[in-house]
Design a protein around this ligand. Structure first.
Ligand code: COI
Length: 357
């Protein structure tokens, strides 16, 4: 691979297990943070508007001004994508990384930030994976989760775009996102706290979309639920998404998911799952999905990069628990297998979605 030539040398301490993750327990990864070896950093000033050459450096703390735009005003975006080890364990596969690059560009526009080009973004992701290759789990055990960040790093006191920006990528090996593993999850509908509002930033992956849901998420977890489903802020009737993933329902063989009208994150897994379901002959509607639609559904599932395709066994709304089909012969199970087989190189990628490194 042509990117390999510019990789930094691993320190002698790392060389003994250069191709493995040392002591890591691949069977119990979960979604905790395991620090890896390298991160990728690229900088840009608002005046230039163009990111210069980036480079890999040792993974570690970064220095930021106390008055940086990201710390003071939340001027920041993040992305998430995964690298899988191929079946022969020799190579690595990315899934639609240029989609993440374009989503970051779109979000940067909304947040008044310059953004890397698609080529710069994908190059940086590849460099980060190769530099941390010993942390990519063996096939079937998980993936290397890649976290690109774009932040207003320069100092600013009055409310305005920061004068400097940092694009940074770090990575960590992960297994399943929810503590349930691949087992079905239990959700609760939140009807007083909202994730997004019309005209806001729900449709872009700004860092400021995530901390505001922590309160609802913590309350739900304390009551034994896996995660929270949010309702629209205007009518309090239509489902939007969960804290970390998009929502799908299936009724009488027809699939529906909330339309991405500005308050809903345009998930790359969401987009891929819509295409895969249509390929299998399903009608997929992107529309308003009401609480009544949800309650009456045969099957419910969530999608996201971290979550992949997670079956939902119950949703609790205003104290009533509604149950759905899970397990054998469900659409979510079929889509999970189809998607992950493509992502890991086990099934032919007829769509050109995967990028080999
Ligand atoms: C992802 O699925 O990659 C996300 O960014 C969601 C995050 C809350 C883990």
């Amino acid at each position: 691979c042509r990117w390999r030539s510019s990789l930094p040398q691993l320190d002698s301490a790392d060389r003994s297990d250069e191709e493995s993750g040392g002591e890591i327990d691949w069977d119990n990864l979960g979604f905790g943070l395991t620090p890896t070896d390298y991160m990728y950093v690229m900088r840009c000033s608002l005046e230039d508007g163009v990111f210069s050459r980036g480079e890999l450096s040792r993974y570690g703390n970064i220095e930021l001004s106390p008055s940086s735009g990201v710390i003071n005003y939340g001027q920041g975006l993040f992305e998430g994508l995964k690298a899988y080890r191929t079946a022969n364990q020799q190579g690595y596969m990315l899934f639609r990384p240029e989609e993440n690059a374009r989503r970051m560009q779109h979000g940067a526009e909304r947040m008044c930030m310059p953004s890397p080009s698609v080529e710069q973004f994908v190059h940086a992701v590849k460099q980060t994976v190769l530099a941390n290759r010993r942390w990519v789990p063996p096939q079937g055990k998980g993936a290397l989760y890649i976290r690109p960040l774009l932040i207003g790093s320069g100092p600013i006191l009055g409310l305005a775009p920061a004068p400097e920006y940092m694009f940074l990528i770090y990575a960590a090996p992960v297994g399943t996102y929810f503590k349930e593993g691949l087992a079905p999850i239990n959700l609760v509908v939140e009807d007083s706290l909202h994730r997004a509002m019309p005209g806001g930033t729900g449709g872009v992956k700004t860092i400021t979309n995530y901390a505001p849901v922590l309160k609802a998420q913590m309350d739900a977890k304390s009551k034994g639920f896996t995660d929270v489903l949010y309702l629209d802020a205007v009518h309090k009737t239509y489902l939007e998404e969960a804290s970390s993933c998009n929502l799908f329902i299936v009724k009488d063989g027809v699939v529906a998911t909330p339309a991405t009208v500005g308050t809903i994150l345009p998930g790359i897994t969401r987009k891929s799952v819509i295409e895969l379901a249509r390929d299998r002959g399903y009608q997929v509607e992107e529309r308003l999905v009401s609480i009544d639609d949800l309650i009456g559904a045969d099957e419910v599932f969530c999608t996201g990069t971290a979550v992949v395709v997670a079956p939902v066994s119950s949703v609790t709304y205003q104290g009533h628990r509604y149950e759905f089909r899970t397990g054998q012969d469900t659409l979510s199970q079929t889509l999970h297998t189809t998607l992950t087989s493509i992502q890991m190189g086990l099934a032919e990628d007829k769509k050109g979605w995967t990028v080999a490194i």
